[in-house]
Design a protein around this ligand. Sequence first.
Ligand SMILES: *Cc1c(COP(=O)(O)O)cnc(C)c1O
Length: 330
Amino acid sequence: MQIKRNVLLNPGPATTTDTVKMAQIVPDICPRKKEFVSMMKQMREDLVRIVHGDLNKYTSVLFCGSGTITMDVCINSLLPKGKKILIINNGTYSMRAVEICEYYNLPFVNFDCPIDEIPDLNQVEQILKENQDIALVYTTHNETGTGILNPIKEIGFLVHKYSAVFIVDTISTYAMKPIDIEKDNIDFCMASAQKGLMAMTGLSFVIGNTELVKKSAAYPKRSYYCNLYMQYHFFETTGQMHFTPPVQTIYAARQALDEYPDDENWSFEKVHDYCYKRGFTIYPGKTSAQNTFRLCALGAITKEDIEDFFIVLYEALKENNIQIPIHYDV
Ligand SMILES: *Cc1c(COP(=O)(O)O)cnc(C)c1O
């Protein structure tokens, strides 16, 4: 089957590979079957691994919906009774979180910042100091509308200093920017299948600290369909989603998780040698097991040097029959 390829330059859903599209064409299956349950178990673990989470400490929970469902879930499920949530707000996605608080009638502090600046950390600390009843802090990693990348590690450090829980909307960075859930001081983050994972809309994920999920069992239940602990508990006891999962969308997401950029012709040595002969030194990736390399723009380097380098790198890839754009291992 020939499927027309559209290059989507909108911020989600993403252009997908044909193999991901075709992964949805499967025999009808009851999602309560063992085969489907074991696929979801594997997927939940892979989702934690993407943010380098220790599976003994972190878990992931699947929800049927677009990314916003996970914002709703985290906000309505993780606020203890009588406590406040702080929204560090410098863009439209954080504004959406403010609206969620309003709709649920939650006590919140809206730290309204200019949309073209990162939030002032001194002010964040001041708010935390003055409001000892803030139990939850929410921010957006990358405000998709402006491209502002917020300093989540530094914010998370302050949040933990004041013994609060840190929720980060990582929907437009998950599987795109390196995230280390523990080192970046994140307690809960979010992802949606149709963004960085390059799969289909209709499936979203909360990845977070297992102990804190369990603790939230005692918090007020504000939604029937969108409660984090309820969905987690159902997964843990039955391996299934509480209500009917988006079966075909999950097959597509499984396929997308299996597709990593790869090219059998890739050779760091060959590309290195080609560039080196032409005056450019590139450096191997940190983990030699992974096919990565590093570029460092340090020293008396000009814009022209960078432009020339990309010409030489392009030639090196062509010379070695390495596909451009990237080839996906399917
Ligand atoms: C895409 C996106 C969402 C979710 O939007 P949906 O339309 O519900 O998928 C949430 N936060 C950020 C930062 C996003 O980029």
